[in-house]
Design a protein around this ligand. Structure first.
Ligand SMILES: C[S@@+](CC[C@H](N)C(=O)[O-])C[C@H]1O[C@@H](n2cnc3c(N)ncnc32)[C@H](O)[C@@H]1O
Length: 264
C-alpha cells in the first residue's frame, strides 16, 4: 500500500479519525458487496441494471476510486476489465479493503491519501468514481478540481451523493428520518456538521454543483436520481422507504472532461 497521507485540512483530519473509528462496522457490509454478483448502489442497493451508473465499456480503462473504503466498487470495476486504484483517507478502511482483496484473490493498488491531494500525475485516469466517498467527505471545491486534473481528456467523473432534497429535510438528530418539511436553507449549502459527531460532510445545491463542474472543464452528462424498488430495505435510519419512493434521496452525477483544449 502506498502511503502519501496528504491532507492536513481540519475536515480531512477529523474525517480520518472518524472513519478509522467506524471502519469495523463497515467491514461486514463491504464483504457482502465484494461478493455481490452485480453492482448495487447506495443505501437501498439499487441494481446496476436499473441505475445504469457504470460506463458500458470498462475493459483496459484506468480508474481511481476517491474514498474507496472497503474497495467493493473498485472490485466491480476490476471484474469488468478495468485497472482500478483505490484511494482512501483512512488506514483502517484500507486495511479492510486489503483483507477482502486477499479473501477474493483480487489485488489492485490501495493508496492512503486524501482525495483533495491525490499523489498522481495529471491525466493518469480514464474514470474517477466515488460512492459516498470523497463525494460527500471532501470539500467539493478541492476534490472536484483534483478529480478533473487526474482525468485524461474525454475521461469521466461519476459520483454518488445524498440528494440535495434529502439534505434539506433530514433532522439534525442522526437517528431521525427525513421529513416532509424544509429544515434549512438551500442557498449557501456547503459544509455540514452534525451535533455530537466530529465528522464533516459537504453537499452543494444543483446550480452550484453544475457551475463547479463546468468551471473545472467537466460537462454534465447526467444526473441519475435513484429510486428504490418497492420493499427495498436499508440499515440507515435517515430516510424511510415511503419517503425515498416519492422523492430522490440519492443522486449520481456523471460528467466528462472535455477532449478539446479550452481557449483562454
Ligand atoms: C461510506 S465510505 C464509502 C466508500 C465505499 N463506497 C464503501 O462503502 O466502502 C466513505 C469513505 O470516504 C473516505 N474519506 C473521507 N474523507 C476522505 C478524503 N479526504 N480522501 C479520501 N477518502 C476520504 C473515508 O475514509 C471512508 O472510507
Amino acid at each position: 500500500m502506498l502511503t502519501a497521507v496528504t491532507g492536513t485540512a481540519d475536515h480531512v483530519r477529523r474525517n480520518r479519525a472518524a472513519w478509522d473509528r467506524w471502519a469495523a462496522e463497515y467491514a461486514g457490509p463491504g464483504l457482502r458487496l465484494w461478493a455481490a454478483p452485480e453492482p448495487e448502489w447506495g443505501i437501498w442497493n439499487v441494481a446496476e441494471e436499473q441505475a445504469g451508473v457504470l460506463p458500458a465499456e470498462l475493459a483496459g480503462r484506468d480508474s481511481i476510486e476517491l474514498g474507496c473504503g472497503t474497495g467493493y466498487v473498485s472490485a466491480w470495476l476490476a471484474r469488468r476489465g478495468a485497472r482500478p486504484v483505490g484511494l482512501d483517507n483512512s488506514a483502517a478502511q484500507l486495511a479492510t479493503a486489503r483483507q477482502w482483496q486477499d479473501r477474493f484473490g483480487l489485488r489492485f493498488p490501495l493508496v492512503h491519501a486524501s482525495a483533495e491531494q491525490a499523489p498522481f500525475a495529471d491525466g493518469r485516469f480514464d474514470l474517477a468514481i466515488s460512492e459516498y466517498g470523497a463525494s460527500i467527505w471532501c470539500d467539493p471545491y478541492a476534490w472536484i478540481p483534483e478529480a478533473a486534473r487526474l482525468l485524461r481528456p474525454g475521461g469521466q467523473l461519476i459520483f454518488l451523493v445524498n440528494s440535495a432534497l434529502l439534505m434539506l429535510t433530514v433532522p439534525d438528530a442522526g437517528d431521525q428520518p427525513a421529513t416532509e418539511r424544509l429544515l434549512r436553507p438551500y442557498f449557501g449549502m456547503h459544509r455540514f456538521e452534525w451535533p455530537d459527531d466530529e465528522s464533516v460532510e459537504f453537499h452543494l445545491g444543483h446550480g452550484d454543483m453544475i457551475r463547479l463542474l463546468r468551471g473545472c472543464g467537466l460537462e454534465v452528462e447526467d444526473l441519475v436520481e435513484l429510486r428504490p424498488e418497492p420493499g427495498a430495505e436499508t440499515r440507515y435510519p435517515f430516510v424511510t422507504l415511503d419517503w425515498a419512493r416519492q422523492w430522490p434521496c440519492e443522486e449520481v452525477w456523471k460528467a466528462r472532461k472535455s477532449s478539446q483544449k479550452r481557449s483562454a
